[in-house]
Design a protein around this ligand. Structure first.
Ligand SMILES: *Cc1c(COP(=O)(O)O)cnc(C)c1O
Length: 230
């Protein structure tokens, strides 16, 4: 039987709500980013018809084609690793970038945002799991990177993002998500001008409930909506 995108979404929204309530949080503080990498435009439209308003893509080129097909009735977020030579397109295509993990990439984005007369909201990607296979700044250097990016005129730091190592048991990601929330509170207490620590982008298909319990404001969900990627 084909997966029903609308039914999947309803189920996920219900679980997000329950997880928020369990943690004493307002469910409206959690937004769903539907991750549409490798998903074709027809099925993306189905998700939009079912109420999705925020889409996440991890590659600039793929997003460019989809945005040409689908347009800007929804917001597009970049969640994948970015190279400086793609900064121009990243700035012109995306409403938010979740994956800033070096001053070099931030400088390239700031430079392009200035040229395009834009103010770009960004999140700083932190490698809380110290996973050699994941991108993200290490925890020791994260505060410094927040300071550097916050000082850039055309970027606004709005929070932190992480991609933990994959664990079969989603409870094992809990300490990492908690660590990201604590880091965010630490950074907020420093009151760095240009940095508003309003967002925590964390949680994917297999562990978003844990992430919501630990404070996620953006959950990035792909396969639980669209089915396993081929
Ligand atoms: C693919 C991807 C997701 C979604 O993964 P699922 O397990 O399919 O929900 C979330 N975040 C990032 C950065 C991704 O690349």
């Amino acid at each position: 039987m084909p997966v029903s995108i609308a039914e999947n979404l309803k189920k996920i929204e219900g679980r997000i709500e329950e997880a928020a309530i369990r943690a004493g949080r307002d469910p409206r503080a959690v937004s769903l980013l539907a991750v549409t990498k490798t998903v074709d435009p027809v099925r993306i439209e189905e998700a939009i018809d079912a109420g999705v308003r925020f889409l996440g893509e991890n590659r600039v080129q793929e997003a460019k084609e989809k945005i040409a097909a689908i347009g800007r009735k929804v917001a597009w977020h970049l969640i994948g690793h970015l190279q400086s030579n793609k900064a121009r397109w990243a700035v012109s295509l995306f409403d938010m970038v979740h994956s800033v993990d070096s001053s070099r990439i931030a400088e390239a984005l700031d430079h392009e945002a200035k040229k395009q007369g834009k103010q770009l909201p960004v999140l700083i990607q932190v490698n809380v799991g110290a996973d050699a296979h994941k991108f993200g700044i290490d925890t020791e250097r994260a505060v410094m990177l927040v300071r550097q990016v916050a000082a850039m005129e055309h970027l606004s730091v709005e929070g932190l993002m992480t991609i933990p190592p994959y664990f079969e048991d989603s409870e094992r990601t809990r300490p990492l998500y908690r660590r990201l929330r604590e880091m965010s509170a630490e950074v907020a207490s420093l009151q760095i001008p240009g940095a508003v620590m309003a967002h925590l982008s964390m949680g994917m298909s297999h562990d978003y409930e844990v992430a919501v319990e630990e404070g996620a404001t953006w959950v990035r969900i792909g396969s639980a909506i669209f089915g396993e990627r081929v």
